[in-house]
Write a protein that binds this ligand. Structure first.
Ligand code: UD1
Ligand code: UDP
Length: 367
């Protein structure tokens, strides 16, 4: 009998990608009455992912506004979420990651004394402004959650250091690898006119702490890299935040070997990662996916909450320093031994079975 009400909340693109395997696995359980709520903190990018995974919405808060600020986003989310919690009265709410959506969802659940389960719990840089505001969101969510699904052992250790109760933490692997392996099995058309004779560099960038000068520096480095090397081309699906689109088009929009495109659907993006020689990104999810596909990543950040791939030598932090970005990228382009040392094809974040583990744990807690 479907008598346990589980409300799964998604707000942004990466939350939908990482929650999709959990939602799909829960929907197969005879004991679970699963409902999906989209805050739609992201609109187009969220809808892209939901349609790829065939996930229908039960509630849509349709919250996104152009160039939204953190305070007004937080306020609007809290009010709207509370109304659904009152109506749906779930036994358990699940959310993923460190966005404003997950932080407000955990708080709204706390105010109604509803259990919240946190997927991808325990990531930390221990620097509240890097990434901003995600690091503080993570801390807040951890202290409001009843169950913590930590992707790795080091994430579990972070939670234990903050006195989170050991019996409520489970190391499950990251559900992003479930989504990736299910998607990467097949080949897709990217739908962009790329030159197969060139080495493809895939670029993404969206972090708030890089807005302004750091992001402009990183883009200037990419432009110089392309100008210095006629063997490469860059594919950059530009995040629609106006703080990103403006410098991206101003600095990178002029070169014939730089393809600035709209955000790619998940299947197209996975295909682009598969075809890339090298990935340059500040994305959290990409740092987890690319190593599993054997692709080196240069990370446009000073710190990361995902140390496992850095420790394994397959991801390197380069920040937004122009000289370092160019020198590290050229080393990977020209030093084949160095390239091989970063293209190992290891998956420190999961084995593709995280969602099944999460569902088994939920069953144990709820039944
Ligand atoms: C958010 C998350 C970040 C996550 C990222 C994933 C917060 C504070 N930030 O950052 O942790 O890494 O999503 O991509 O939770 N926009 C659109 N269409 C879309 C999506 C966004 O036009 O489909 C534009 C809108 O102008 C929107 C702006 O991007 O106001 C910013 O969106 P927001 O979710 O506030 O921040 P992100 O930078 O996307
Ligand atoms: N992604 C996508 N299309 C794109 C760029 C990225 O589907 O054009 C996917 C990517 O595979 C990863 C996720 O989006 O799973 C990462 O999202 P983002 O970088 O926006 O957020 P973060 O992971 O940094 O929170």
């Amino acid at each position: 009998m479907k008598n346990k009400r589980i409300l799964c909340v998604v707000g942004t693109r990466p939350e939908a990608i990482k929650m999709a395997p959990v939602i799909l696995a829960l929907q197969k359980q005879e004991w679970a009455d699963v409902k999906v709520l989209a805050t739609a903190q992201h609109r187009q990018m969220l809808d892209q992912v939901l349609s790829v995974f065939g996930i229908a919405l039960d509630y849509d808060l349709d919250i996104m506004q152009s160039n939204q600020g953190l305070t007004e986003l937080t306020t609007r989310l809290l009010v709207a979420l509370d109304k659904v919690l009152e109506k749906a009265s779930p036994d358990m709410v699940l959310g993923q990651g460190d966005t404003t959506t997950v932080m407000t969802t955990s708080l709204a659940c706390f105010y109604r004394k509803i259990a919240f389960g946190h997927v991808e719990a325990g990531l930390r840089t221990n620097d509240i402004y890097n990434p901003f505001p995600e690091e503080m969101n993570r801390v807040v969510v951890s202290h409001l959650s009843a169950l913590h699904f930590a992707p790795t052992k080091s994430a579990r250790d972070n939670l234990l250091r903050e006195n989170i109760s050991e019996g409520h933490i489970y190391v499950t692997g990251n559900t992003v690898i479930d989504a990736l392996l299910a998607t990467a099995r097949k080949d897709f058309e990217i739908g962009i006119d790329l030159d197969s004779a060139k080495q493809l560099i895939l670029l993404t960038s969206h972090r708030r702490e890089n807005f302004g000068a750091p992001m402009r520096d990183a883009f200037t480095a990419i432009l110089e890299l392309v100008e210095r090397n006629d063997t490469i081309e860059v594919l950059y699906p530009v995040h629609p935040n106006p703080n990103v689109t403006k410098p991206a088009h101003e600095i990178l929009g002029v070169h014939s070997r730089i393809h600035l495109v709209e955000p790619l659907g998940y299947t197209q993006f996975v295909q682009a990662m598969k075809q890339a020689y090298l990935i340059i990104s500040d994305s959290g999810g990409v740092q987890e996916e690319a190593p599993a596909l054997g692709k080196p990543v240069l990370v446009l950040r000073e710190e990361t909450e995902r140390p496992e791939a850095v420790d394994a030598g397959v991801v390197r932090l380069v920040g937004t320093n122009k000289t370092l970005i160019i020198s590290e990228a050229e080393k990977l382009l020209f030093d084949k031994e160095y390239y091989k040392s970063m293209a190992l094809g290891i998956s420190p974040y999961g084995d593709g079975k995280a969602a099944d583990r999460i569902v088994s744990i939920l069953k144990k807690w709820l039944l």
